[in-house]
Design a protein around this ligand. Structure first.
Ligand SMILES: CC(C)(COP(=O)(O)OP(=O)(O)OC[C@H]1O[C@@H](n2cnc3c(N)ncnc32)[C@H](O)[C@@H]1OP(=O)(O)O)[C@@H](O)C(=O)NCCC(=O)NCCS
Length: 167
C-alpha cells in the first residue's frame, strides 16, 4: 500500500447518515450516475432504517453507502465516493465497512446490481470477491434508453458470534 493511501485512510471517519447530509450526498450521487437517485430516495432509505453510512474525511463527506439488511441477506443499494477523492482506496474502505456490518448483523450473503458499463464499480466488487451471478435486462433507466445490470453476490463469513463473544 502506498504511503499516500495510508495517510488518506488515517483521516477517515464513519457515522450514520442524517437528513442534513443528503444535500452533499446528492452532489456525489448526481456526478456519479446517469440517472441519479433523488432526494426522496435517500429520505426513504433513512425512514426505512436502512444501513445508511457516511464516510467523512478531513474536509467533509467523502462517500456514502446504503444497504438493506433483511434476515440473513443484505442488498447493497448504493455506494459512491466524491469524484475528487476516487482511486485512493476510499471506496474499498467503505465497502469493507459495509461488508463488516452485514456480517456482524448475521447476513450470509450480500447482493448488488451494477450497470454493465460501470467498470470502476465492477472492478472494485471483483477485487472484494463478488461473483457475477446473473444479468437483469434493461434494469437501469438512462437519460436515453436503458442498460442491463450485472447481478453480483458474495458469501459472507458466518463467524459473527466471534465478533462479540470469546466463548
Ligand atoms: C466505484 C467507486 C465507489 C470506487 O471508489 P474508489 O474510492 O475510487 O475505489 P478505490 O480507490 O478503493 O479502488 C479500489 C479498486 O476498484 C477498482 N477501480 C476503482 N476505480 C476504477 C476505475 N476508474 N477503473 C478501473 N478500476 C477501478 C480498482 O480495482 C481499484 O483498485 P486499484 O486502485 O488498486 O487499481 C467510485 O468509482 C464511485 O463512486 N463511482 C460512482 C458511483 C458508482 O458507480 N457506484 C456503484 C454503484 S453499483
Amino acid at each position: 500500500m502506498a504511503i499516500e493511501e495510508l495517510e488518506i485512510k488515517d483521516q477517515l471517519g464513519y457515522r450514520y447518515m442524517t437528513e442534513a447530509d443528503i444535500k452533499t450526498v446528492l452532489e456525489i450521487e448526481t456526478l456519479s450516475n446517469p440517472f441519479p437517485w433523488t432526494e426522496q430516495n435517500f429520505i426513504d432509505c433513512l425512514r426505512k432504517d436502512y444501513y445508511c453510512l457516511i464516510q467523512t474525511h478531513s474536509d467533509g463527506i467523502s462517500g456514502f453507502a446504503i444497504q438493506s439488511i433483511a434476515l440473513d441477506e443484505t442488498h447493497l443499494l448504493n455506494i459512491g465516493v466524491g469524484s475528487n477523492k476516487r482511486r485512493q482506496g476510499l471506496g474499498s474502505d467503505l465497502l469493507e465497512k459495509i461488508i463488516y456490518a452485514s456480517e456482524a448483523m448475521g447476513s450470509n450473503k450480500i447482493f448488488l446490481e451494477v450497470r454493465a458499463s460501470n467498470v470502476a464499480a465492477t472492478s472494485l466488487y471483483l477485487d472484494f470477491g463478488f461473483k457475477q451471478i446473473g444479468i437483469r435486462k434493461d434494469y437501469y433507466r438512462l437519460p436515453e434508453g436503458k442498460e442491463d445490470a450485472l447481478l453480483m453476490s458474495k458469501s459472507l463469513k458466518k463467524d459473527w458470534k466471534n465478533r462479540f463473544f470469546n466463548n
